[in-house]
Write a protein that binds this ligand. Structure first.
Ligand SMILES: Cc1ncc(COP(=O)(O)O)c(C=O)c1O
Length: 405
């Protein structure tokens, strides 16, 4: 059979035009190809060695020999994958072990794993809420939460709403007005991924308790990062065991492969296992990934000094950046954004940094609001002082070139 060239269809033409526009606007995203594992320094195709300031490998565990070896053992023991859904074809013991460890880490009774935190977030409200319920979300919550609410609204007909970022007075008023709702739920990131700021958990909990609302925290950027032993936002505020539901990722500090979980009461997790569509209609996390994540949690628990190193590195980089004349958003997490304004400016700075051997990604609209484009630096416990100093020297060079310092 021969194929003949046909004129591009309407979809192809539209997409091609839009891609062309992205290029003209200077917002086209390029995928930088890496030829080595995530670490403080990586081999980038066409660039050689570069320092990574854009990874969520907060504890430096992605390439830790123990984590990698556990993954290989998982592969040897359980094979490549589950070949079906857990309730249909069986559950590997590594998934149960991982879920017990996730619950223990974040301080809940139980946990259920998913192939990503995106899936976990989408599963939660769409599974447990009904048309009698309300869920309110912080304006700056992660895209997966925004989409989770859209999905929940369309599937369950629950009421959804957004409150201004961190505006607990507005949240309070919205909860007070919702007198006819059976269940009220509030969701917030623990650490806001584009700002690096930490939610005011004690105050948020107080508002939720006063209105009998369930609190759901997405701790994806806080697990392994906040608290003396890396147990997350609740530990940071001395509130472990107080948050009703925590979702988090295994794809950042906890080994960085992939996966996520919902942690909460045993009843909640049982209901999720019975009814969540991303449990019932898709394969479980590959066993090798579950094994690596479990090993990362065990390492974190055995060696909490990694969290202290992350904190030291973060504070050093943040203060040196300020001394050099940059004005990063204030905060104490390893997410350190330098605001530039226009998307094209952030992408330009990111490219100039890469020319100097430093990989820090520029983010623009629609990932962040219009006019607030930024270069987001992320610090890891894997960075040495030399790595950080070399990165700071590159910031100085580029900052001078762009007239920022
Ligand atoms: C706050 C937050 N929630 C959820 C996710 C999604 O995590 P995953 O990569 O496991 O799907 C991310 C990832 O960027 C995130 O930052």
């Amino acid at each position: 059979m021969t194929t003949t060239a046909t004129a591009p269809n309407a979809l192809e033409s539209r997409l091609a035009q839009q891609i062309e526009q992205f290029r003209r606007d200077g917002v086209y995203k390029r995928f930088n190809r890496l030829a080595s594992p995530q670490a403080a320094r990586v081999q980038m195709e066409g660039r050689g060695e570069v320092i990574i300031l854009s990874s969520n490998n907060y504890l430096g565990l992605s390439n830790h020999p123990t984590v990698v070896a556990a993954g290989k053992r998982g592969l040897d023991r359980y094979g490549a994958g589950t070949a079906s859904v857990r309730f249909i074809c069986g559950t590997f013991s590594i998934h149960r072990d991982l879920e017990v460890a996730c619950a223990r880490l974040v301080g809940t009774e139980a946990a259920m794993s998913f192939v990503s935190c995106w899936n976990a977030n989408e599963a939660l409200p769409a599974t447990v809420l009904t048309e009698h319920d309300l869920i309110l979300s912080d304006q700056l919550n992660h895209a997966s939460i925004i989409d989770a609410l859209r999905l929940a609204k369309s599937i369950t007909k629950c009421e959804t709403g957004v409150y201004k970022h961190g505006d607990l007075a507005e949240l309070d008023a919205k909860l007070a007005a919702a007198t006819d709702r059976q269940v009220k739920m509030v969701v917030s990131d623990g650490v806001f991924s584009m700002e690096g700021s930490i939610v005011n958990l004690p105050a948020l909990l107080e508002v939720c308790r006063r209105h009998g609302a369930i609190l759901w925290i997405d701790d994806s950027h806080a697990t392994g990062v906040l608290g003396t032993t890396g147990r997350g936002t609740a530990e940071h505020f001395g509130l472990v065991g107080q948050v009703d539901i925590i979702t988090s990722t295994l794809g950042k500090a906890l080994g960085g492969a992939a996966g996520g979980f919902i942690a909460g009461s045993a009843t909640l997790c049982d209901f999720i296992a019975q009814r969540a569509r991303p449990q019932l209609f898709t394969n479980a996390l590959p066993a090798t990934v579950a094994a690596s994540a479990l090993s990362a949690i065990e390492l974190l628990e055995a060696e909490p000094e990694r969290v202290a190193k992350l904190r030291d590195n973060t504070s050093y980089f943040r203060h040196r950046l300020q001394e050099l004349g940059f004005k990063p958003l204030a905060g104490e997490t390893p997410i350190i954004p330098v605001i530039l304004g226009e998307t094209a400016a952030a992408i330009r700075m990111s490219e100039l940094l890469l020319d100097e051997g430093v990989f820090a990604t520029g983010f623009g609209f629609p990932v962040v609001p219009q006019g607030q484009a930024r270069v987001r630096c992320q610090i890891s416990a894997a960075h040495s002082r030399e790595d950080l100093d070399q990165a700071l020297a590159a910031f100085t060079q580029v900052g001078k070139k762009l007239g920022l310092v």
